[in-house]
Design a protein around this ligand. Sequence first.
Ligand SMILES: [Zn+2]
Length: 298
Amino acid sequence: MRGHVGQVELIGLPDTPLVFPLKAMYPSGDLGGGVAFEDLLTAEYLDPQTGLTTMPVTAWLLRTPDAVVLVDTGSGDLPAPGMEELHPGWPASTSPLIANLAAAGVAPDDVDLVVCTHVHPDHVGGHTTTVADRFVPTFPNARYVLPRAEYERAAEEAADPDTPTMFVRLFTDRVQPLLDAGVADLVDGVHPVTPEIRMRPAAGHTPGQMRVDVHSDDALAILCADVVHFPFEITHPEIASDVSDHDPALAALTRGALLAECADRDALLVTTHLRAPAAGRVRRDGERFAFDPGWPRR
Ligand SMILES: [Zn+2]
């Protein structure tokens, strides 16, 4: 999972996949319009015997001519604190993020910027690490760029006594320590991260989610974060989750617009949650969209 977009190299860093019942995300049992899960998901995503889906989680390393940038940091070590309450029996695992970075020739000290698309467990899990029981930034020389609306939402949720422990700890362990250490930049609107990398609002899945655009030498890639979770959301962008999407109608609108932009601008769609190669081209297919997975040849 790697390729170039102009002068920028993108390298996928697979983290521990998430395994959960698909019905937890789509409790209605079908995807709407009489379409069943089985029709739309291959066995790689859904085990028809158990109903369990396996969702890859990929953080992205971006090497620009001047900077080493991480987009999201995966799930961190699982189960996360408080996760047992929500997902009993979630298997324990240690995040391979740092090992995968090392395989790409990057040490934590080398990372200049960590870009956060949104504050969910599978995107900020590796933001911090523990030293003597304190949570400190995993990448000691990096600035962390976070959507301001995501920070504010997560802070508000953490202060609510009804919020499950996992989401409280997500904020107190993975996000607030970055502000306490003075390494966080909270941003709004369209935010240039480097000359090639730009964050743009992509609300719906969460209120403040931002996508990450890489533009170099007339080539464009759009890192869509959780605008897309499954291949069927490309062919059926109108399908949103009443459970995992904060605003399902807005999530569907944002997805349709982003896919249209990919098709019309010949942008490479780069995902967090699709299986390898995790990236590809979106094209119009009559009234709908189709996806051609793969990385551009250099
Ligand atoms: Zn996600």
